[in-house]
Design a protein around this ligand. Sequence first.
Ligand code: PGA
Length: 253
Amino acid sequence: MPRKLFVAGNWKMNTSKAEAVALARALVEQIGSQEAVDTAVCPPFIYLTAVAEVISDSRIDLGAQNMFYEDNGAYTGEISGAMLTDAGCRYVILGHSERRHVIGETDEIINRKIVKALGDGLEVIFCVGELLAEREAHQTLDVVRRQVQVGLESVSRSDMERITVAYEPVWAIGTGVTATPDQAQEVHAMIRDLLGQTYDAELAESIRIQYGGSVKPSNAAELLHQADIDGALVGGASLKAADFAAIVQAGIS
Ligand code: PGA
């Protein structure tokens, strides 16, 4: 069975409440009823419930951008997986490069979060990707392999069905520089191969691997038509309803 494309918008630390609601409304109007591509939006925590209400009757799903690996307790400023499901989230993004490189999350921390999110019933968008220096040193495949292996440590095969991997080369995020379709395809194929070895061929064939890093309407079609690219994790362009809708459309046509 061909993999259904999955396009998610990572709004990062952007929008006011009014802007979040307006963006969600515009998306419901433009792509809220299409079924050809799975879609999700990931607003800041504090606007999750407001956006959940706007998209509730549409086919757009809700995701969060992060969570903590404990249930509750003295973890000032953190948010649990149960809180996310309570707010209406289906997905959570974990391992994003800004969490890794700005906040300092390690592969081990990301693994704890992934295991907890799956235990809490969430689906995970698990991000991996190399730094520019690592690409230039020809370490891309090794770095991404390690991130995948450690990040998914002890995740069962059945739980893997609730994982989407997002390959996001750090040098392409928010820079306007996109990996070429060939560069992206090479890493996506390696990830799929690795999942095949770790789990089995059927799982590897069914899992979705998104590309992220300066995806925009003008480059979406070319990327989405690569054999092992099954969608996109979109940052900057997800803040404009028309651009996000055009990226989704590129996956349909
Ligand atoms: P970008 O961000 O589309 O702005 O490059 C992608 C991401 O960080 O998920």
